[in-house]
Design a protein around this ligand. Structure first.
Ligand SMILES: Cc1cc2nc3c(=O)[nH]c(=O)nc-3n(C[C@H](O)[C@H](O)[C@H](O)COP(=O)(O)O)c2cc1C
Length: 199
């Protein structure tokens, strides 16, 4: 097999974008398995591999998750005195996005996968889960799929864990929506390298 050139690989990595609109086409199970298998090759602190994945397979799991996430959304927005109409718009849009995503994967951190309990160990574990999420999005991109990282579960960690009946030690960190793209993302403004680097 010919290896891709560095130029090709850089171009591939740079072409990944967040996709928020998907075609309804289903994603084959074998593709999802390949993507997850690549995700678990991500680097992790002390090679502890604290990532855990919950694949939302059933409609009822999706419904329960939607309920949990939007209840927290309502609660937080009401506490911040958001107008009722704004809350309803956001809840409706969020449920539509959740329901329209052909694949939903929740990423968790296993609280028991630590060497020590110092705050730095917690940060390293969270960083490691984020690495798996990035690998997952890139693996999805390699399969011709679009993906979007969604932070909502961070605002409802306990509710999410309960809604999906996850093990107690699984702390929800993020949710990824995947599917075949039904949009062209707008060009993104990149901070120049010189602005974000010191030598
Ligand atoms: C930690 C994290 C949280 C994010 N949360 C959300 C989210 O809740 N909703 C969303 O639409 N996009 C979310 N995104 C996607 C970012 O908005 C997106 O990566 C960024 O705008 C850059 O665009 P790109 O992914 O197309 O390069 C998140 C990304 C990261 C890394």
């Amino acid at each position: 097999m010919m290896s891709p050139s560095p130029g090709d690989l850089h171009a591939f990595l740079r072409s990944r974008r967040s996709i928020r609109r998907f075609k309804p086409d289903p994603v084959p199970a074998a593709v999802i398995e390949r993507i997850l298998t690549t995700a678990i090759h991500a680097p992790s602190a002390h090679n502890l591999q604290p990532w855990r994945f919950a694949l939302l397979a059933s409609e009822s799991a999706r419904e329960r998750l939607g309920q949990a996430l939007t209840a927290a959304m309502r609660r937080d927005m009401a506490a911040a005195d958001a107008p009722e109409a704004e809350i309803e718009t956001r809840v409706t849009r969020s449920l539509r996005r959740l329901n329209d995503a052909p694949v939903v994967i929740l990423l968790c951190r296993d609280l028991t996968a630590v060497r020590e309990q110092k705050p730095q160990d917690t940060v390293m574990a969270i960083q490691s889960v984020a690495n798996a999420a990035t690998y997952l999005l890139l693996a999805a991109h390699a399969e011709g799929l679009g993906g979007n990282w969604i932070c909502w579960p961070l605002y409802a960690q306990e509710e999410t864990r309960t809604a999906l009946e996850l093990p107690e030690a699984w702390e929800p960190q993020a949710m990824l929506f995947l599917g075949y793209a039904d949009e062209e993302p707008k060009e993104k403004a990149l901070k120049p390298l010189l602005e974000v680097t010191v030598t």
